[in-house]
Ligand binder design. Sequence first.
Ligand SMILES: Cc1ncc(COP(=O)(O)O)c(C=O)c1O
Length: 486
Amino acid sequence: MSAQECAISHWPDTDELIAKAKRLVNSPPRPIRRDKMQEYLDFFETQCRGSKVVTAEAAKYIPGGIQHNLAFNHPFPLSIARTDGAYLWDVDGNRYIDFLQAGGPTVLGSNYGPLREKVIEVLEECGPVTGLFHEYELKLAKLINKHMPSVEMFRMLGSGSEGAMAAIRAARNITGKDKVIKVGGAYHGWSDQFVFGTRIPGTGPHEAAGIPEGCLQHTQEFFPNDIDGEQGLRALLEQNESQGGTAAVILEPIGPESGTRPVRRDFNGRVRELCDEFGALLIFDEVVTAFRLGLGGAQGYFGVRPDLTVFGKCVAGGFPAAGGVGGRADVMSTFSAGIGSGGQRTLVGGTLSANPLSCAAGYYAILEMERTQAPVLAGQAGDKLCRGLQAIIDDLDLPFFVYNHGSIIHLETHGVLLVDVTDPDFFAKVTRRKEIAEEMGAAYTAEGIITLAGSRLYSSMADTDDVVEEAVGGFARALASVEGVG
Ligand SMILES: Cc1ncc(COP(=O)(O)O)c(C=O)c1O
């Protein structure tokens, strides 16, 4: 992938980021000043009444009142009425800059008109679903293969979680081995086997309520970047040799939680070498990175060829039923569908998987990204935003830090996911920092900016210089209200 096609203009110094993270979580938290926080909360009370009413009613019928884990809900969730490009509007008519971008899939910007029109054409022609083959399935698979040659074949599914489940099943089927190694902190969806070491490395089954131990017995985690340590990847692979071997190593190529725990530039290449040495499949979870970081995905940027790639989000251009798995033809062939197949096949399914709407949306979204260079433009917006945020942090002399991998930007003010699991105050620290994260997110929202969980931002092609400038102004006001500033 040439530099012109890639969203990442430079790879941040990983060791410097790790040192900054350590400093942040070991220094006293810096929340928004109480008087200013009250002002921000007043914004919600006075300007977001419609949201308050409807989401209060939702809490009676929907657990917690919201359906998405990342829906912003402090002091109460916003009810969104309209989106366009870089902006969204709530039911009360407040306009926000949208750095959530639905959690990542909309590199072209929200509700992108040319794509919407193509999808409407497909809907008018054959509706959203037939259960039979539609040519858009082929068109999408061919286009993915053009940009990611490792994806010799592609099986579309309904979500990234399903894609990860399918990848592991195929890896086990083809290798005859059971163990799966992941990087601690990574999120690969919510299937039983993957609720292990989620969000924070070393937490093992901490979030696995409702999941029998047996489901997790073959899932292992190692700390990001730890290849050669005592409990590093090599040690796990060696240890597994006497227990039937390792079917696969799965990772998010820019680091767990979309790079919240960044990995060194050579990390993926080193994992590739170890997988080859031990006969394990290398699975890239590119649910976030595919197309967002460039049409060739993170694998194009790193020049590392995984055996399998998990897709989600962008693969349906921001439309529903976004997921799938692709890769080596011999492994992928085990997914063969149809009534005649069986035996050693890797069984996956999905009534609505690969429907014409999702396939057409993914196909046209990728074509539009090719035409407009959207990933690169979104990455440039990310760079600008990051520079603006860094200037604020420097001006205000805050212990915070900011970095980006193209259009994925991390603004760390509380470091909730950066707390070390071995810290004796781990749970207290996480709890306190979660509260601060919520407040930070609420402060940004009151300043007209929606983020992911108060610390992650996805930029899109719609983030022009004006949008970035407006956002930096809002962040500057919020961060100037942090305790101890001035
Ligand atoms: C890296 C990664 N893998 C898998 C998933 C799961 O995808 P989905 O939400 O479509 O099931 C996500 C979702 O955020 C993700 O970020």
